[in-house]
Design a protein around this ligand. Structure first.
Ligand code: PEP
Length: 254
């Protein structure tokens, strides 16, 4: 059975003390209140990963991760952080290709494919984000856009490498806007992505692939989203910045 994963992307928010307080509150809530099988991933700014992963050492259902990494393994790349550095600080997952990275930092599918390789070279798990803009959805080109993002970013991998990948479907028009895709819209895209993976690899690889939904997920819409057969968790932004709202989303996953 494929893994369910709920990840909280804090983006560029929180001081160190605020970060520590949130991890402490959240991990206690999960310990006391969550009896489901999902893995929870806390994705703070990279500066804090080391401290976060140490705080989580005793929790086998909570991991930490990073929001981005370099496509290079090491060297003279001022300001960059490598997958190996993230691993050495206890990070397990790395978000690759978040729409904010694509939009504000010009990251292309080709470039992201190299970042995926860098993550896999360290035996970490990439969370590869795909999703269409509002214009692309309204012009009905979203399936073409998604096909390009998935195939150009991932389809150079072999089946064994693909098994380490998580995909997050995040329609750009739903991120931070309060507008969630309907469960039917999200399920349709998740099934479409799973089918692309099945055609390229196999039934087995597709069946085992975790596909998260992201875009204004809240406790109020999580139960319905998680009831869809191809939605295997969530990548959460705004609602992950408070322990109560994030814990309630986690509790929506059986
Ligand atoms: C995100 O940034 O990945 C995200 C889904 O944000 P939000 O939940 O705030 O829409």
């Amino acid at each position: 059975m494929r893994k369910k994963i709920i990840a909280g992307n804090w983006k560029m928010n929180k001081s160190f003390d605020e970060c520590m307080a949130l991890v402490s509150e959240l991990s206690n809530m999960i310990k006391d209140e969550y009896h489901g099988s999902a893995e929870v991933v806390i994705i703070p700014p990279s500066l804090y990963i080391n401290s976060v992963s140490r705080m989580l050492a005793d929790f086998n259902n909570i991991s930490s991760g990073a929001q981005n990494c370099s496509n290079h393994a090491s060297g003279a790349y001022t300001g960059e952080i490598s997958a190996a550095m993230i691993k050495s600080c206890g990070g397990k997952y790395i978000i690759i290709g978040h729409s904010e990275r694509r939009q504000y930092f010009g990251e292309t599918n080709d470039w992201l494919a190299k970042k995926i390789d860098a993550v896999l070279a360290e035996n970490l798990n990439p969370i590869y984000c795909v999703g269409e803009t509002l214009e692309e959805r309204e012009s009905n080109s979203h399936f073409d856009v998604l096909t390009k993002q998935v195939s150009e970013g991932l389809f150079h991998l072999n089946a064994e490498q693909m098994a380490a990948v998580v995909i997050a479907y995040e329609p750009v028009w739903a991120i931070g806007t309060g507008k969630t895709a309907s469960t039917a819209q999200a399920q349709e895209v998740h099934a479409f992505i799973r089918n692309l993976v099945k055609e390229k690899y196999s039934n087995e690889v597709a069946d085992n692939l975790t596909i998260q939904y992201g875009g204004s997920v809240k406790a109020e819409n999580a139960v319905e989203l998680f009831s869809a057969p191809d939605i295997d968790g969530a990548l959460v932004g705004g609602a992950a910045l408070q322990s109560r709202s994030f814990a309630d989303i986690i509790k929506a996953m059986a």
